[in-house]
Design a protein around this ligand. Structure first.
Ligand code: SF4
Ligand code: SF4
Length: 665
């Protein structure tokens, strides 16, 4: 077309991108703390192919997912088109396509195929843009932000598609090429242009061509400043996702040394996040799927995971120059309080529903816990209620501060051996604090003991030697307290040479299984749902008494999303004669949190329109159950309270162990 103009555009466009926009974002990312994400390269690559290239998570969102796939596929196909058009700036050939992608009457087979695919995708991209326009402007979906940036991006994408089509149509009309099935869109646009003068056609062809090139280069430079940056960072963000165990929080190593060296515990400021966390911020598409899934957001709390990322990103970008400059200390701006409302940080239940939905694998739980660690350990700023729980854990090893000698009071009249009396027991039953002290949960422990005895399981409990696993302390940000509890428990468990642990608490399960190995505790940990399913399969428990009820099962986040345990508790219920198992609309990996996790059980919920347990119980009641079953003492407390608040004494709330005991006793 015109080599001089093309050279100028490419030099300016790519020069600005490489030496200014991208380079500054790269340096900003490197401000972040180190994070090891170069292990398991094969697995990382496979995940990237599946989730970034294959867009595996998108079909879960029907129309928006389809629209996104159209635009994404269009972007991929248009990358090659950009390379072809860059070259056409230097050759006077409107069909040039690196020989194998040549188009026009004498085009190559691959060129024809590519032209056809490109034309189809141009139309589909326009359809996708229309869908997003409908969602943003007409339907005004709350999860999608209606702002200038979003509209500008849609306008640029539309411009890219229209200029491409105009260039093809005007070229075909100018060179009088016949309509071709390989170039349907170009042929369609060429038809009404055929009578135009040569000058008009040349003008339109150049308008399409140079308009398209300018938009590509301009958009490329705009990308790092807008949410569309994910088109560049989405792939690496999926590639560098956290591959460590989902339920494990990274321990703070050498806590005492850090205190002596006066290093910050937890995260106070944006630049203390890791480079991967900064890449997360670059990669957020602002689709709002995380916020739609978040139980805090759904019940009107201030917390929106998407908004958290956007606020962090705004803070990061606004301070880019001072953070990347080599000389001088950047201003010390605490995130919580100055950028993020503390209510956001304390409302998180650590349920991971947001992470489950995010198409680019942005993590949240680790960030909220890191911020809490700073607030608790450095500033002593946390909800008052947690003070009681911390004190109870410190003084008595349980969040209520109840005497250790009462830990086995629930077992009065039932034969429950202590491990000190039965060190040869095959299984250590880790009872947990709520099942030991909470009046309602004690009945679950009693049912469980009777089931274990009936099945002839060789087990024992720690009794007064057991203390809290520390899950609550850790998720509340009190890493010091957690590590003390973990070390004490590991010492006791290893002292008895424990190898296999069963527990009815998913929070204990998760901590014992995924977090105690960091402290030298390596055990096979089995949740009671799996254990009872196995005992039934082996014929050691035989559910024979009918329980003629419609039962809905509520998935605990720490059992389901954290540990992929969905089927065993359902299997237990299905084996019971008479049980009709029904599913709530939000269930399994999309199950809604009851509101107790992440230390919420021990503090008042943040202000909102509704309590989380009420929303959850309403969802479960929609299935018209006689019984709401669960497999977690925290969920049990929240769901029972929810039923009480809804005045639904007609519906029972039982643990799977209690339902099973009704059938085998
Ligand atoms: S972990 Fe759960 S509560 Fe926390 S932000 Fe994510 S969805 Fe919301
Ligand atoms: S964090 Fe993920 S799910 Fe949430 S808005 Fe950003 S890209 Fe979407």
């Amino acid at each position: 077309m015109n080599p001089y103009v093309m050279t100028l555009l490419l030099a300016v466009g790519w020069g600005a991108f490489i030496f200014w926009t991208a380079q500054r974002r790269w340096r900003l990312m490197r401000v972040g703390a180190p994070a090891m994400r170069f292990d398991h390269l094969g697995k990382r690559f496979a995940l990237m192919v599946r989730f970034a290239l294959g867009q595996w998570r998108m079909p879960r969102h029907r129309l928006a997912g389809v629209a996104h796939i159209f635009i994404y596929a269009g972007a991929v196909i248009m990358l090659l088109r950009a390379l072809i058009l860059f070259a056409r700036g230097y050759v006077d050939d409107p069909h040039f396509g690196y020989w194998i992608f040549t188009t026009g009457p004498d085009g190559a087979p691959l060129g024809h195929l590519y032209s056809l695919l490109k034309d189809i995708l141009v139309v589909l991209v326009l359809v996708g843009i229309g869908i997003f326009f409908y969602f943003r402007v007409i339907k005004q979906l709350p999860r999608m932000t209606l702002n200038f940036e979003g509209m500008l991006i849609l306008a640029i994408l539309t411009g890219l598609m229209l200029t491409d089509a105009l260039y093809d149509g005007a070229s075909m009309a100018r060179y009088d090429h016949h309509a071709s099935g390989w170039e349907p869109l170009g042929s369609l646009l060429a038809a009404p242009l055929r009578g135009a003068s040569a000058g008009t056609l040349t003008f339109l062809q150049h308008l399409g061509f140079w308009g398209h090139i300018s938009l590509i280069l301009g958009f490329m430079n705009y990308l790092p400043y807008c949410k569309q940056f994910h088109e560049i960072t989405g792939f690496p963000n999926v590639f560098f996702q956290d591959l460590t165990l989902r339920g494990r929080l990274e321990p703070i190593e050498d806590l005492e040394g850090m205190v002596e060296r006066e290093e910050t515990l937890g995260i106070a400021r944006i630049e203390q996040f890791s480079w991967k966390s900064i890449l997360d911020m670059y990669s957020c598409t602002e689709c709002g799927r995380c916020a739609d899934a978040c139980p805090a957001n759904r019940t009107g709390k201030l917390l929106s995971p998407k908004q958290f990322t956007v606020d962090c990103r705004d803070n990061l970008y606004s301070r880019q120059s001072e953070l990347i400059k080599k000389n001088g200390e950047p201003a010390k701006i605490d995130l919580v309080g100055e950028v993020i409302n503390p209510e956001m940080v304390w409302a998180c239940t650590t349920c991971r529903a947001c992470e489950q939905e995010c198409p680019v694998f942005i993590s949240y739980v680790d960030k909220f816990v890191d911020l809490r660690r700073y607030l608790v350990q450095e500033k002593g700023e946390f909800p008052n209620d947690l003070q009681l729980a911390f004190r109870g854990l410190e003084n008595a090893g349980n969040p209520w501060g109840l005497p250790a000698e009462d830990r086995l009071a629930w077992a009065k009249g039932i034969d429950v051996p202590l491990i000190s009396d039965k060190p040869e027991a095959e299984y250590l039953w880790w009872v947990g604090c709520a099942p030991a002290y909470d009046d309602r949960a004690k009945r679950v422990s009693q049912a469980m003991a009777k089931l274990l005895n009936k099945a002839g399981v060789s087990y024992a409990v720690l009794g007064p030697e057991e203390t809290c696993t520390g899950d609550t302390a850790r998720r509340a940000g009190n890493e010091f307290l957690f590590q003390i509890l973990a070390q004490t428990n590991v010492e006791i468990l290893n002292g008895y040479n424990v190898k296999r642990i069963i527990t009815a608490c998913p929070h204990c399960y998760n901590t014992l299984r995924h977090e105690y190995p960091d402290f030298g505790g390596h055990y096979e940990v089995i949740h009671h749902g799996n254990f009872f399913a196995q005992l039934i399969r082996e014929g050691k428990l035989q559910p024979t008494n009918p329980v003629n009820e419609q039962i809905v099962f509520h998935d605990s986040c720490y059992l389901g999303r954290y540990n992929d345990i969905y089927d065993p508790p359902r299997e237990v219920l299905r084996t019971i004669p008479g049980v009709q198992l029904v599913e709530a609309e939000d269930s399994r990996d999309r199950g809604m949190c009851c509101g107790a996790g992440g230390a919420q059980m021990f503090k008042e919920e943040e202000k909102g329109d509704k309590r989380m347990n009420i929303l959850r119980i309403e969802q479960l009641l929609d299935t018209k159950p006689q019984t709401v079953a669960s497999a977690c003492p925290f969920c049990m407390r929240m769901l029972s309270d929810g039923l009480g608040m809804k005045d639904r004494d007609d519906v029972c709330q039982l643990d799977i162990a209690e339902v099973l005991w009704k059938s085998v006793q």
